[in-house]
Design a protein around this ligand. Structure first.
Ligand SMILES: *Cc1c(COP(=O)(O)O)cnc(C)c1O
Length: 400
């Protein structure tokens, strides 16, 4: 049986243009975005380019995706104790950002396709009285955005999108991130463009971006910010917002700009790889993958499947057999959290909530990352290894 010899955590190196510009900047010592005199800063240039690529008005770059989520909530006006709706199945920085802004996370169940459950959303809106939903497009899966917007509009609930896994994705021709009053992206190493750490907040609302800019630590230098709204938009914000220092530096912005230029081509490369794993997995009757909706353009930087018939022991055996052949699977049903946490019961600072559907779905849900260093041929091998591991786990545990 074949073994996968690659590394599912290895991202590609950065483009030469990123490296060259980084070295120039390091030689210059001018690494602060408000220190560039009359020249446009790298940070402002990147914000301008990202907003244009995204098809929105404004982008504010900051220190991390989680920080961008926090800024969005703060600038939106979340007050201490306010209920904020979000997915029960998401990554830890999402409830963390809500807590950071003083809000109270109210978790909404996920459905069998791992997206937010719209029926439960309606229930939780009524129960909580929340005015805002921070929807997390977890692992790049978009819920039916038309249905979501209809529910939110009918109930007067605002939308902030967590697009950490959907930079480059779209629903019915509209880019993910353009559906609500604001959206956030991450440029952390495992996302779609890589500056180690970094976050982006986008919006069409000049006042919201002005409040976020002051909160991100612009001091009274916001007139030098570059890519932001007109000075007048800052009138309400300049003395009202706390400075929660979290600016993006020149170095990170500089290495992101050439990556943004390549992003559309990278999305194509991810799709080829996703389809190769998916096609191998389709040969297993036990593995259940989401049929990707026709309205969705997605970025295949990771893949999820469920083995709904498996017991916890069989799930553990599957992880073990796949690992023995070099494929590291993440199982969301593991009793003890390790690595990155995505389960509501790992976030005990939030009051305990009952989420049986989410727990049921996560109990047999598996995930792999698909970095672009892995070839399309290797993706097929990974898929075959998973199919074989499922068969072995099914037989061994059923017989024993
Ligand atoms: C990575 C991630 C974030 C933000 O992450 P940072 O590490 O703070 O940049 C937010 N939501 C989801 C779902 C993520 O995976």
């Amino acid at each position: 049986m074949q073994r996968f010899e690659g590394d599912l955590t290895q991202q590609e190196g950065l483009p030469d243009a990123s490296i060259d510009r980084a070295i120039e900047l390091l030689r210059s010592g001018r690494l602060h975005r408000y220190q560039t005199g009359d020249a446009e800063s790298e940070a402002a240039a990147f914000e301008r380019e990202f907003a244009a690529w995204q098809g929105t008005e404004y982008c504010l770059a900051c220190t991390s995706g989680g920080y961008a989520l926090f800024l969005a909530l703060l600038a939106y006006g979340v007050k201490p104790g306010d209920a904020v709706l979000t997915n029960a199945y998401t990554l830890a920085p999402v409830p963390g950002a809500i807590a950071h802004a003083g809000g109270r996370p109210v978790f909404v169940e996920c459905d069998d396709d791992t997206v937010i459950d719209l029926a439960d959303l309606e229930v939780k809106i009524k129960q909580s009285g929340a005015r805002v939903l921070m929807v997390s497009h977890m692992r790049g899966h978009l819920v039916d955005m038309d249905a979501l917007i209809a529910i939110l509009t009918a109930n007067g609930v605002d939308l902030i999108e967590d697009c950490a896994h959907t930079m480059g994705a779209a629903w019915n021709g509209t880019r993910s991130g353009n559906f609500g009053i604001a959206a956030c992206f991450s440029t952390q190493t495992y996302k779609h463009i890589n500056s180690g750490e970094g976050g982006l907040l986008v919006s069409r609302d000049p006042e919201l971006i002005a409040r976020a800019t002051v909160a991100s630590g612009s001091y009274m230098l916001y007139e030098r910010h570059g890519a932001g709204p007109e000075t007048g938009a800052f009138d309400g914000a300049r003395f009202q917002m706390p400075n929660c220092s979290g600016r993006m530096d020149e170095l990170r912005a500089a290495i992101l700009r050439p990556q943004l230029a390549q992003l559309d081509a990278q999305v194509e490369r991810w799709l080829e790889r996703y389809r190769a794993v998916e096609s191998a997995l389709s040969r297993s009757n036990a593995a259940r993958l989401r049929d990707r909706p026709a309205q969705e353009v997605f970025v295949g930087s990771s893949l999820q499947f469920r083995v709904t018939a498996f017991s916890p022991a069989q799930c553990e055996a599957l992880v073990r057999h796949a690992r023995a052949r070099g494929v590291e699977l993440k199982w969301f049903g593991a009793p003890e959290p390790h690595g990155y946490t995505s389960r509501h019961d790992s976030w005990r600072y939030v009051s305990a909530q009952t989420l049986p559907e989410t727990e049921r779905v996560l109990s047999t849900l598996f995930d792999i990352r698909i970095p672009l260093t892995v070839s399309v041929a290797d993706c097929a091998v990974i898929g075959e290894i998973i199919v074989a591991a499922i068969a072995v786990a099914a037989a061994a545990e059923a017989g024993g």
